[in-house]
Design a protein around this ligand. Structure first.
Ligand code: 4AD
Ligand code: MG
Length: 467
């Protein structure tokens, strides 16, 4: 009769000591001498390994030979208090079944430390490392925190389409979706491609944001959020950009920009607190291994109010810094789209806490943002974070039909694709606001990882769609 398996996360429970247990997992290391061998076994349920003590009086060297790093085992034995340092209990092996071997000559995850670049090349195996186990457990927990936060606040989780015919951000960074034969494209008399024979009967793409459909829902259900994959064909090879990332987009009827800022601040703090409360072992591991200030930075965000100031005030601070001798790579002037170095200067050096910048020049923001009376700025808000720069982008939305149509015309956005969106302003329009949080940017902050490719299991970036 074989025993029921206990997950390693549950094995460190004092009440199990003295009982027969069964654990299953992958070997991290094996060491020892000719009398006794110690196998560190991990099953992914926790950063902690369970130590398996193998008495060579009970097992032959030959039997143990296939137990190498990466091999998979089922072990039955007595759970006892451990004499060794660093663990509370261990299993005295009585029965060992080897599920699968991992040839030390070819299994790439041997004991020595690997670079993050090397691990990216073996993204199919990297979840088996301590680091990526921790990151992906945290990723799961943050997704749960997000749903919990909004559900408890009475927001409805609303599913917006991934295939769309409209460019929400108007930045022309969309991946096209087509079933047309690319070797035989039909063109009209002007030489433009004819999409009437394509699958959707018109040009379609992967979405860059669920916001426009989110607004339809918010002006019906009151408060909604989306949480799904988002696609951007921007050719930015940076540690903060992915071609496929996940975004959370709340949208709330009757909220103005101040309500929107309050929601964003409460939301991020909730997520950070969740990580500290629910993923402490993993966060602590990342803190100790990679980034000794991680926990301090997470706790710091919880303690402080975010600074709120306008783009214009922000530019003034940056200009004063330049006048005082600070060197930026990119120029600073009113109207410029801030670079990450500018955002990080405000957050890390000037204020030393998160900053919400509002009221940006309309030229550098999307068509749907509420226009201010000055005719120059819009009610945008970006939340800027230490080490990250922009973590959230949002705004109060333009609720006036006439102003919105005028802006759409100014920007030459094809009106025929927008009729359904404009109907929200035609029928019972209301003030409303929302924002988008980049899920992987949040994870960069919470895990302290330096590159966004290391917080998503299978990153999609220019020239990379492996796995
Ligand atoms: O500022 P963005 O472009 O805003 C929108 O898409 C709005 N429709 C959101 C809204 O108001 N509902 O993107 C929002 C956030 C950014 O602040 C950033 O965190 C993340 O999405 N983001 C990216 N994350 C990873 N890779 C990329 N290429 C990203 N582009 C944006
Ligand atoms: Mg933005």
């Amino acid at each position: 009769m074989s025993l029921k398996r206990t997950k390693i996360v549950d094995i460190f429970d004092a009440s199990l000591v003295g009982q027969q247990v069964c654990v299953k997992g992958w070997v991290r290391t094996r060491r020892g001498n000719k009398n006794v061998q110690f196998v560190a076994l991990n099953d992914g349920s926790t950063i902690k390994n369970i130590q398996i003590v193998v008495d060579l009086a009970k097992f032959s060297e030959e039997e143990l030979k296939p137990i190498t790093t990466g091999s998979s085992l089922c072990v039955e034995g007595l759970l006892v208090e451990s004499q060794g340092k660093g663990q509370t209990c261990e299993v005295q092996a009585e029965k060992i079944e080897i599920y699968g071997t991992a040839d030390p000559e070819s299994y790439p995850l041997q004991k020595k430390g690997h670079t993050m670049e090397f691990l990216r090349d073996i993204a199919h195996l990297r979840p088996r490392t301590n680091t990526f186990g921790a990151v992906f457990r945290i990723r799961h927990n943050m997704a749960i925190a997000i749903h919990k936060f909004f559900h408890e606040k009475g927001f409805f989780y609303f599913h917006t389409p991934l295939i769309t015919a409209s460019d929400c951000e108007g930045a022309g960074q969309m991946f096209q979706v087509t079933t047309m034969n690319l070797y035989d494209l039909k063109k009209d008399e002007n030489g433009s491609i004819r999409y009437d024979g394509d699958f959707f009967g018109k040009q379609a793409s992967l979405t860059v944001s669920g916001q426009l459909e989110g607004e339809l829902a918010a002006t019906a259900l009151g408060a909604i959020y989306t949480f799904g994959p988002t696609f951007r064909a921007e050719n930015s090879n940076t540690p903060r950009h992915l071609a496929e990332f996940w975004m959370i987009e709340p949208e709330v009827a009757f909220n103005d920009i101040t309500d929107n800022m309050d929601l964003a601040e409460e939301f991020i703090k909730y997520c950070v607190k969740w990580a500290l409360d629910n993923c402490y072992d993993d966060v602590k591991f990342l803190n100790d291994m990679f980034d000794k200030e991680l926990i301090e930075r997470l706790e710091g965000v919880l303690k402080q109010d975010f600074v709120r100031l306008t783009y214009t005030e922000g530019i003034k601070i940056l200009e004063e810094a330049v006048a005082g001798g600070h060197k930026f790579e990119f120029p600073v002037y009113w109207g410029v789209d801030l670079a990450s170095e500018h955002e990080r200067f405000l957050v890390e050096e000037h204020f030393k806490r998160p900053v919400i910048l509002t009221d940006y020049p309309k030229e550098i923001k999307a068509f749907y943002m509420k226009q201010n009376e000055d005719g120059k700025t819009v009610r945008a808000m970006d939340v800027l974070f230490p080490k990250i720069g922009e973590i959230i982008g949002g705004s109060e939305r333009e609720e006036s039909y006439d102003k919105l149509v005028k802006r759409i015309e100014e920007l030459n956005i094809p009106m025929k694709d927008m009729w359904w969106y404009l109907d929200t302003r035609k029928f019972g329009t209301v003030p409303h606001s929302g924002f988008g949080l980049g899920f992987e940017r949040l994870l960069l902050f919470v895990t302290g990882m330096a590159n966004i490719r290391d917080v998503i299991p299978f990153p999609r970036t220019p020239n990379n769609a492996e796995f």
